[in-house]
Design a protein around this ligand. Structure first.
Ligand SMILES: [Zn+2]
Length: 261
């Protein structure tokens, strides 16, 4: 974005001086360009102009793009010790989820996003992007209530409405769900089952406790320290500390030979 600041009155003389300096510079540039063209025309004696583009030095934009790519190389996943399941609840979130997806892509890791229906409806592009990048979308109810306090009709609406938004957004209905706060009972389970939803909880040890405002290092310590093959990791893609922890978590899991699937 280019913004043009108004020139304060006191600086007008500088602008004029700059223009008088710039004019001869333009003339010089034109002369140089003319000589350059003449040299090219004269030098074309039977040598085909191939390979020029490949040998040419990169311009500033190209160099920037190359160095940005080199700074975040894709990491080869290591599943030698087994796999863990990364799960992210309560999104999608415009501030956090895109960066979570970028990091997962960098590590070639896949995760399950248990989305809240109303946020999924508000951010359909993020839900679609997650699916396009190989992730799974799960149902985490429409508005995150404690379902054990609702009548069966209320439970059904919370789940059905969310499954419907996911289906219309991604083209397929979710097959997994997670109860808010982990609270469910037989009546709740019956409603979920009627919608074809399997319940996915998480492991106590690999609960990141990110929602408690702990530091990225504490999240990493809990998750990586307790991760075993088959662990289900609980994180939330709505918190900055979760996002800050994720590179450390992915690196730590990688060092243990655990990949996220
Ligand atoms: Zn939740």
């Amino acid at each position: 974005m280019t913004t043009t600041a108004p020139t304060p009155p006191g600086e007008r003389s500088t602008g004029t001086r700059w223009r008088t300096l710039a004019f001869p510079a333009v003339l010089v540039a034109m002369v140089v360009a003319w000589f350059g063209l003449s040299a090219m025309a004269g030098g074309g004696t039977g040598t085909p102009a191939t390979g020029g583009a490949a040998d040419a030095p990169l311009d500033a934009t190209q160099e920037q793009a190359v160095s940005a790519f080199a700074a975040v190389p894709a990491r080869e996943p290591d599943c030698s010790a087994g796999t863990v399941r990364l799960t992210f609840d309560d999104g999608p979130n415009r501030q956090i989820t895109p960066a979570v997806l970028d990091l997962l892509e960098q590590w070639q890791a896949t995760a399950t996003f248990f989305v809240i229906g109303r946020w999924a409806q508000a951010e359909p592009d993020l839900v679609r992007r997650a699916v396009e990048e190989g992730h799974t979308i799960g149902n985490h109810t429409w508005s995150h209530p404690d379902l054990t306090e609702l009548a069966p009709d209320g439970v059904r609406e919370e789940l059905a409405r969310t499954s419907e938004v996911i289906a219309t957004t991604t083209g397929s209905a979710p097959q997994v769900w997670r109860p808010p706060f982990g609270n469910h009972d037989a009546a709740v389970d019956a409603e979920a089952e009627a919608l074809g939803l399997d319940t996915v909880m998480w492991d106590h040890g690999t609960d990141g406790l990110d929602w408690k405002g702990v530091t990225p290092e504490q999240i990493t310590q809990r998750v990586v320290g307790n991760a075993r093959p088959g662990s289900i990791v609980l994180l939330h893609d709505i918190h900055q500390n979760t996002l800050d922890a994720l590179p450390l978590v992915l690196e730590g899991l990688h060092e243990k030979g655990l990949c996220a699937r």
